[in-house]
Design a binder for this molecule. Structure first.
Ligand SMILES: *[C@@H]1O[C@H](CO)[C@@H](O)[C@H](O)[C@H]1NC(C)=O
Ligand SMILES: *[C@@H]1O[C@H](CO)[C@@H](O)[C@H](O)[C@H]1NC(C)=O
Ligand SMILES: *[C@@H]1O[C@H](CO)[C@@H](O)[C@H](O)[C@H]1NC(C)=O
Ligand SMILES: *[C@@H]1O[C@H](CO)[C@@H](O)[C@H](O)[C@H]1NC(C)=O
Ligand SMILES: *[C@@H]1O[C@H](CO)[C@@H](O)[C@H](O)[C@H]1NC(C)=O
Ligand SMILES: [Cu+2]
Length: 248
């Protein structure tokens, strides 16, 4: 009994702790519920599930962690979010509290059904990224700070599916990298399944592609960073790591 109680309190403590992730999505006026790590277990197999599963909101700390692709366990979703190339998809975060570090939206072609697609083999391309908007690395206005809805309501992160992208089945991966702990980056990735419609024929070339894990390492000064260090804290630019964004 005692340990059941302790486990329950532990779960509550986690939920209340200062972590989060992309919990829901919107396209136009349509709302797509994500996978709630503290919700019922049957979500993963529910027919409406559009998001790959993530059972904890605790971040990933290793740049080479296999779960960096689509979090842990990252089991495939049952269905997908329909979207027309050129439309926005907005990821909705609840109770987000971190304020420093880049946010990157990626996509990958599933080459068929995303339900049977292994994200570890994906070739990812960026469709959007948001970093330091104004001021200094330590105290400036990052998008990660600007987008927070401090009243606990959803914090909204819109990105555009490039209008020339060829139709097909894709993963979309929203990634927040939080850099408030010196030399201890935190990754918060979540993936959803998309069905892209439209008449486009475009697709990014190799120079836009990256493997995840693979794109980040602790050798990168933008990743292995102490934002409080003299000479770093007062910088007014931050180069978001990885390939360039494909605008389509
Ligand atoms: C998704 O949105 C609902 C509100 O409709 C909210 O209760 C839920 O916590 C959100 N999911 C996550 C994982 O944030
Ligand atoms: C990778 O991340 C997951 C999820 O946070 C964690 O459970 C696991 O221990 C990590 N694996 C390694 C090898 O660090
Ligand atoms: C669509 O997303 C882009 C990229 O973030 C943003 O600049 C634009 O304001 C968004 N448009 C709408 C209508 O939300
Ligand atoms: C695709 O082309 C068809 C035929 O020209 C047109 O009716 C349709 O609106 C187009 N769809 C988009 C998303 O542009
Ligand atoms: C930033 O901080 C470093 C080290 O404290 C200092 O040498 C440098 O002059 C500062 N640069 C600016 C632009 O304030
Ligand atoms: Cu946190």
């Amino acid at each position: 009994m005692l340990h059941i109680l302790a486990a329950t309190l532990g779960l509550l403590a986690h939920r209340a702790s200062a972590h989060g992730g992309a919990g829901n999505y919107t396209v136009g006026d349509t709302w797509y519920p994500g996978y709630d790590p503290y919700g019922p277990a049957d979500q993963a197999t529910a027919p409406w599930t559009v998001q790959r599963s993530w059972i904890s909101n605790i971040p990933i700390f290793e740049s080479n962690n296999i779960s960096l692709a689509c979090n842990f366990p990252g089991a495939p979703a049952q269905t997908s979010i329909p979207i027309t190339a050129g439309e926005n998809i907005t990821a909705v975060y609840y109770s987000w509290v971190h304020t420093v570090g880049p946010m990157i939206a990626w996509m990958a072609d599933c080459g068929g059904d995303c339900k049977t697609f292994d994200a570890a083999g994906a070739e990812w391309f960026k469709i959007g990224e948001k970093g330091l908007l104004d001021g200094t690395i330590e105290e400036g206005m990052w998008f990660q700070r600007a987008f927070v809805n401090w009243d606990g309501g959803g914090s909204l992160w819109p990105e555009t599916v490039p209008s020339s992208l060829r139709p097909g089945k894709y993963l979309i991966r929203h990634e927040i990298i939080s850099l408030h702990s010196a030399n201890k980056p935190q990754w918060y990735p979540e993936c959803a399944h998309l069905e892209v419609k439209g008449n486009g024929t475009g697709f990014p070339g190799k120079e836009y592609m990256a493997s995840i894990p693979g794109v980040y390492s602790m050798d990168q000064p933008e990743i292995n960073i102490d934002i409080y260090a003299p000479g770093v804290a007062n910088q007014t630019t931050y180069k978001i790591p990885g390939p360039p964004v494909w605008k389509g």
